[in-house]
Design a protein around this ligand. Structure first.
Ligand SMILES: [Zn+2]
Length: 105
């Protein structure tokens, strides 16, 4: 378990703070994972061996899962989450104005 200087130690989703951890050889039981959201303890773990660009996609993927879960849509479609994870990251990458800082009115 370690922090990663290129990423924050916590991430806010829906007004809650989640610990953001980077872990080598991330598993849930016998299953190898790229990302693992544990909502009940507000912790998002990411495989540390991934390139940073893939880590960002994984983080977006887990954020979207969490947004849907928080809204009561716990039985959502994995393919939709995949599409939104890659799609939102690509739109943000190519449209600077959408990354406006929150302190700008
Ligand atoms: Zn998923």
């Amino acid at each position: 378990m370690m922090s990663n200087k290129k990423f924050p130690e916590t991430i806010q989703i829906g007004g809650l703070d989640y610990d953001l951890l980077f872990i080598h050889n991330l598993f849930d039981g016998d299953t190898k994972l790229n990302g693992h959201m544990e909502s009940h303890i507000a912790r998002l773990s990411v495989e540390d061996g991934l390139p940073d660009s893939v880590k960002r996609v994984v983080i977006w993927h887990e954020i979207i899962h969490e947004i849907l879960d928080q809204a009561g849509h716990s039985d959502h479609d994995e393919a939709h989450v995949m599409a939104l994870g890659y799609g939102i990251m690509a739109v943000l990458k190519h449209n600077d104005f959408l990354r406006q800082q929150s302190n700008v009115v």
